[in-house]
Design a protein around this ligand. Sequence first.
Ligand code: SF4
Length: 426
Amino acid sequence: MNESFLHYIWQFQHFDKTNLATQLGEQVSIFKTGWHNTNAGPDFSGAKIRIDDLDWVGNVEIHQKASDWIAHSHTLDKAYENVILHVVWDGDKVIRRMDGSVIPTIELRGRVEVSLLKNYKKLINSATAVPCEKSFPSVGELIKLSMLEKSLLQRLEHKATDVQRLLQANGGDWQETSYQLLAKNFGFKTNSEPFFQLAKSLPYKIIAKHSSNLLQLEALLFGQAGMLETKTKDEYVTSLFQEYSFLSQKYSIHDRRLNSSQWKFLRLRPANFPTLRIAQFASLIASSKSLFSTFIETDSYQSLQTVLSISPSDYWRSHFHFARKSKTEVPLFGQTSKENIIINTIVPLLVAYGRAKDDQRYVDRAMDILQHIPAEVNKITKTWTALGMSIKSSFDSQALIEQYNNLCQKRNCLNCVVGVSILRPQ
Ligand code: SF4
């Protein structure tokens, strides 16, 4: 027996209420269970109950044993003073408030169907990746739809929280935040950390002053990335070196530059080399006056595709790396990369901005954009497809990735609409 299960039993009232009474024999009727509180303080707020002839509105606290009240030090905590009902599995002790009055306590042991507990244990102890996989295909479509919506909102919320943290670290500067977030995503996992460090060492307010001069942008980015250490006979590299020497002195950024060893090339396809990614990043910055405004104001998926249809400077059309002319054609910024930037930079920015401005239109637009992006195909989405889920767009795949990582893998089935529907007693 764990407390999460008891919360679930209380929330959905899956227990026998015949002759329900406190430890001291007072009759109890429940009118409202209250709202589940996942933060500090009592477990449910705003519950409404009747004890004998008196009606009460307040908090409900749930424990395995009544004596957990003392073990959890609630006796000394004022936040627990207005608990109107203590719900326990085992009423092993009579508990009193600071003033000596007894806290009404009901015991659930003996009131819950044995099959419910058994089914719950079977579900969470299942060794499969999605514990409910046997029951899942027979779950109703509306419940699955509700699961998708909840999980997608949760995923967007998590990503928006990351953006808000970054925004806070940047003193509320949306431009700087958009630029750093974009840089991080341009690292495409393997180089996301050095890309992020690069953006932090070279603020957007400096970069933006040179957005109309692609050579200077490239010089600042490559130089600050620590990739222009040696002079070569390559004319282009020499020009970058000269530009960077001048600009890094002007802005006193030289000491904060990265070391070339921070960048990873090993096992990467040339199209993902950080050199080419930096050139593409520079070209995207050069193509827009303000990254943040462009991302926030571009109102459709198609228009975002156009914004991200970037082409780097001439040199990077025939090079993946410095001074090594490629024998094959250098591909343009690909469709998958564009979708990755939209999903991981632009959508979280829209949601975070919508939350900050209390404007739902930005959140709706983020969700609409996701519905236009083809679904990701990976190990997680394949698991869901095998369970009969039809995954039509990134809206679905993003939701299912969140569902899998944050609920199924953590055996958090009691907080899942599918789990609640499967466990519901007949
Ligand atoms: S969290 Fe939901 S979908 Fe995932 S295994 Fe549990 S009940 Fe099934």
